[in-house]
Write a protein that binds this ligand. Structure first.
Ligand SMILES: O=P(O)(O)OC[C@H]1O[C@@H](O)[C@@H](O)[C@@H](O)[C@@H]1O
Length: 400
């Protein structure tokens, strides 16, 4: 029962182990990454996005009754510390991109839409977990900062305050994710409007219907050109959009079944051989491999897409794919020492090549199981493979 095993492993083992090993009590902050033996002896620089994502995980897990003891306290302390160090007030406000958790000083003052988005996601769930209106008002302040500091021509937001190129879809995707979370947890008009705006941007610029692919990089007015790297495609993001669009579809009461099915098929094709269950980190739009490696996070996004498609369509193929991929993720990425950690990256030949255990992957693992309602998804089989419980009940997705 691989989906159940994965969910159990995440909640019973990975969350408590990570909370214990990756929270630096002296600095009141999570780490960017652990070194391969599971210790904190690496760099003390933390990206705002990584800190915010870990805060989000434990706040959301608290709401799902899945959090270890002290998780919400640590998430709140970490948010206080993040805000006190990284918030840059003034005419162009926002959260700085990274800081040194030991020295309590900003390292990279750039204001990046990606970081603001991860902070908003954390705030949505801190607000939901605690009911404290302070988090809601900081979310509104962050949204206003995005509109002020990252205002851009040609639709969407500038990805950075300095307006560097190429333009990127990825920060907009995470802004979309945060707006959906705030739509669900708070329902404020501003977040609903932004979610619609970003989805419109997806339809007009990010998704290229001519080739059925999601573009990552663009020119200043969303031009598609190899000069800006528009030929580089990330299969994990195509799967991630499937999961997000299925969430949006429910909130906005739309129907994007064909789009989701096309995106998932495009993502699935990006493998190094048809028998390999894992997708690659990056390919070119003509199918050539541009990065012959596979991190953990694209695999969790592919699994989320299979599950989202199964839940939306009750399509047994997606359930079979989900179970098989869950089993492979457990075996390849999650079953090695140090206990409760993950192996984050492999090369094309299957060699383990990660040099750290990045905290950003905890977010991908958690979002995989957060809404996973196993009822109807795991069927007991006898040793001979005959099905004991024969009906595939339509799974319920836990509401927030
Ligand atoms: O590369 P790090 O920061 O570990 O992030 C892990 C990945 O998270 C995903 O959500 C994507 O947005 C990727 O672009 C990103 O690479």
């Amino acid at each position: 029962m691989p989906l159940r095993a994965l969910k159990t492993h995440l909640i019973d083992t990975i969350l408590p182990v990570w909370l214990k090993l990756a929270f630096d009590g002296d600095a009141a902050q999570f780490v960017e990454a652990l070194v391969l033996d599971g210790s904190q002896t690496g760099s003390t620089v933390v990206r705002t996005r990584t800190a915010a994502r870990q805060i989000y995980v434990f706040a959301h897990a608290y709401c799902q009754n899945a959090a270890p003891r002290e998780a919400l306290d640590k998430a709140q302390i970490a948010f206080d510390s993040l805000r006190s160090i990284c918030w840059i007030p003034g005419e162009r406000p926002g959260f700085a991109r990274s800081y040194d958790r030991k020295a309590s000083r900003v390292v990279d003052p750039e204001i990046d839409l990606y970081d603001q988005s991860c902070v908003l996601l954390a705030l949505a769930w801190l607000f939901k977990a605690t009911g404290n209106n302070l988090y809601k008002s900081i979310a509104d302040e962050t949204l206003a900062a995005i509109d002020t500091t990252l205002a851009a021509d040609f639709g969407g937001w500038a990805e950075t305050a300095s307006g560097d190129l190429p333009r990127r879809q990825n920060p907009h995707m995470h802004f979309f994710e945060a707006c959906l979370a705030l739509w669900e947890t708070d329902g404020s008009h501003g977040y609903v409007t932004r979610a619609h705006d970003i989805f419109a941007l997806f339809q007009t610029h990010f998704y290229d219907p001519k080739c059925g692919l999601l573009r990552e990089f663009f020119g200043p007015a969303w031009e598609i050109s190899n000069e800006y790297g528009s030929d580089r495609i990330e299969p994990g993001h195509m799967a991630e959009w499937v999961w997000l669009i299925r969430k949006y579809e429910k909130l906005a009461k739309g129907n994007y079944a064909q789009l989701c099915s096309d995106l998932l098929a495009a993502s699935q094709r990006c493998r190094n051989g048809s028998t390999v269950p894992f997708i690659l980190d990056e390919v070119f739009d003509d199918g050539r491999i541009s990065k012959n490696s596979r991190r953990l996070w694209p695999q969790t996004e592919l699994l989320k897409a299979y599950i989202a498609e199964y839940v939306a369509q009750n399509d047994p193929i997606n359930l079979t794919n989900a179970r098989e991929l869950a089993a492979q993720i457990m075996t390849e990425y999650l079953s090695h020492p140090p206990y409760g950690m993950w192996r984050d990256c492999f090369d094309g030949a299957g060699n383990f090549i990660a040099t750290s255990i990045p905290g950003s992957s905890l977010y991908h693992l958690w979002t995989l199981v957060a809404d996973l309602d196993l009822e109807g998804m795991e069927i007991e089989r006898t040793n001979k493979g005959s099905v004991v419980q024969t009906t595939l009940a339509m799974p319920r997705v836990a509401s927030m």
